[in-house]
Design a protein around this ligand. Structure first.
Ligand SMILES: Cc1cc2nc3c(=O)[nH]c(=O)nc-3n(C[C@H](O)[C@H](O)[C@H](O)COP(=O)(O)OP(=O)(O)OC[C@H]3O[C@@H](n4cnc5c(N)ncnc54)[C@H](O)[C@@H]3O)c2cc1C
Length: 445
């Protein structure tokens, strides 16, 4: 009887977890290796000041269908909030809170009524934004960066400040002059022009790490604090992973779901395996400031802030506000107390209730490598390598999406599909006995 293959999945972020789940669903035996003590990668949660917080506020949109499927598969649908219709509260220093709401009209007309009432744009701005949206619908393979594309389409400073920057910069986690127009237009088309439902904001109401915990519970072995430093090969096949303690573990196949720089240390001949350009990926930080007040302050679940380094604020429970700062390369090195004060003062400037409330505690979380900039010309590798039983995954790989949760999940699926389709070939070559030479197997935790 042919036994099911044993696969080593390296990296407990959503890419690795999704790949592992897809493989486990087909009966493959999955061993997960993660260098840190926590599951979830960037979507992990940990304790700060006695509260379990996410490493940063994460949201997806209703168009992120692979992520919503994953949440469903992991039984967390009851903890998922999805807006019934796209709506965002927008806060500014000079005006009362405004709302940008979609109507029930089909896309792209669903946004028209919302724009008509949006006070931060003049009538001319609204017309120009509408024209740019329509142009985005038809334009294929635009050249250059997104800021230049918007300038070419006559987007002035008000439209940039009140619409494009608050919605596109957090989605792409980079200033728009560093993002390819192709990726910018992909986001516009997918979120705003695909269907009137696509831009509905969704997030989990439980700590994000619950996703990773639910996925990992379906694997055969979960090896935390186990950094993979290389792979064993025989001919054109991977036969095991090398662990940092000098031990190893045998496998029939391997998914490397780690960021690009880590991948180049695990595979010192990545270009020879068909994985080019790992040094070209430029990381971009995200900083989150967590503020605990003595009372609720936001007046809604979440809001965008104009003219502020805090692009979005989320009141995750009454009085606990998470301030999200994307494209935060100018902030990531600042001391925690400065970041907390920045978050506090920015909220106080736009919310009278936050100015009156007493701040009980504050903390900052930061990830210098939160995402990778989808710069013009950057080439992202797909899941396949020159070795049929070795695949790669990660939000940064070629999924067509910016480096997001959705991209991570899609990459994990593609990696698993690639292994499935290669499996017949390498299993025949290997014989029905399965794994190569036995090695010392890392302990399961
Ligand atoms: C603060 C913050 C906010 C964000 N907000 C959003 C958002 O709102 N919406 C959204 O869609 N996306 C958001 N993102 C991006 C999103 O979290 C990531 O794109 C996605 O989670 C990446 O998943 P991944 O599996 O590709 O990589 P990772 O999550 O980075 O997982 C890689 C894993 O590999 C492990 N690893 C590395 N090297 C080794 C090794 N040698 N051996 C074993 N393990 C190793 C790492 O420890 C890590 O756990 C945000 C990111 C951050 C940091």
């Amino acid at each position: 009887m042919t036994r099911q293959p044993r696969v080593a999945v390296v990296g407990a972020g959503l890419a690795g977890l999704t790949a592992g789940l897809a493989l486990a669903r087909r009966g493959w035996r999955v061993d997960l290796y993660e260098r840190s003590r926590l599951l979830g990668g960037k979507t992990t949660s940990f304790e700060v000041e006695g509260h379990e917080v996410d490493c940063g506020q994460h949201v997806v949109l209703a168009c992120c269908t692979a992520t919503l499927d994953l949440i469903d598969e992991l039984g967390l649908n009851d903890s998922l909030y999805v807006q019934p219709r796209f709506e965002a509260t927008v806060l500014s220093r000079k005006r009362p809170p405004a709302h940008l709401r979609a109507s029930s009209l089909p896309a792209p007309f669903h946004l028209m009524a919302g724009f008509a009432r949006y006070p931060f744009l003049t009538t001319l701005d609204r017309i120009q934004v509408g024209r740019a949206l329509l142009a985005a619908r038809g334009e294929r393979a635009p050249k250059g960066d997104m800021a230049a594309w918007l300038r070419r389409h006559h987007q002035g400073s008000r439209a940039m400040r009140a619409f494009w920057d608050p919605f596109l910069v957090p989605a792409l986690n980079a200033p728009l002059d560093r993002v390819s127009a192709e990726m910018g237009l992909f986001v516009i088309r997918t979120a705003f022009l695909g269907s009137s439902d696509a831009a509905r904001i969704a997030y989990l109401r439980v700590p994000l790490v619950r996703l990773a915990e639910a996925a990992a519970a379906r694997f055969d072995g979960v090896h935390l604090r186990q950094a993979v430093v290389g792979v064993h090969r025989e001919g054109n096949r991977v036969t095991g992973v090398k662990l940092s303690g000098g031990t190893g573990a045998a496998c029939d196949a391997c998914v490397l779901a780690v960021p690009p720089r880590r991948l180049s240390t695990i595979l010192d001949d990545a270009p020879a395996l068909g994985i080019e350009g790992l040094d070209a990926f430029e990381p971009m930080p995200i900083v989150d400031v967590h503020l605990w007040y003595d009372r609720p302050v936001l007046g809604c679940d979440f809001a965008a802030l104009l003219d502020s380094p805090v692009q979005w604020a989320f009141e995750k429970s009454p009085g606990y506000v998470c301030c999200s700062m994307s494209a935060a390369d100018a902030l990531v090195q600042r001391p925690e107390r400065e970041l907390v004060e920045l978050g506090r003062s920015e909220l106080a400037a736009v919310l009278p209730e936050a100015a009156r409330a007493k701040l009980l505690r504050g903390a900052a979380t930061r990830d210098p490598d939160a995402t990778f900039i989808p710069s013009p010309g950057v080439r992202r590798p797909g899941p396949a390598t020159a070795l049929p039983n070795l695949v790669i995954a990660g939000a940064w790989t070629d999924t067509g999406w910016p480096a997001t949760i959705e991209s991570a999940v899609r990459s994990g699926r593609s990696a698993a599909l690639t292994l499935f389709s290669n499996a017949a070939g390498w299993q025949n070559a290997q014989g029905s006995s399965g794994a190569g030479a036995p090695m010392e197997v890392a302990h399961a935790v």
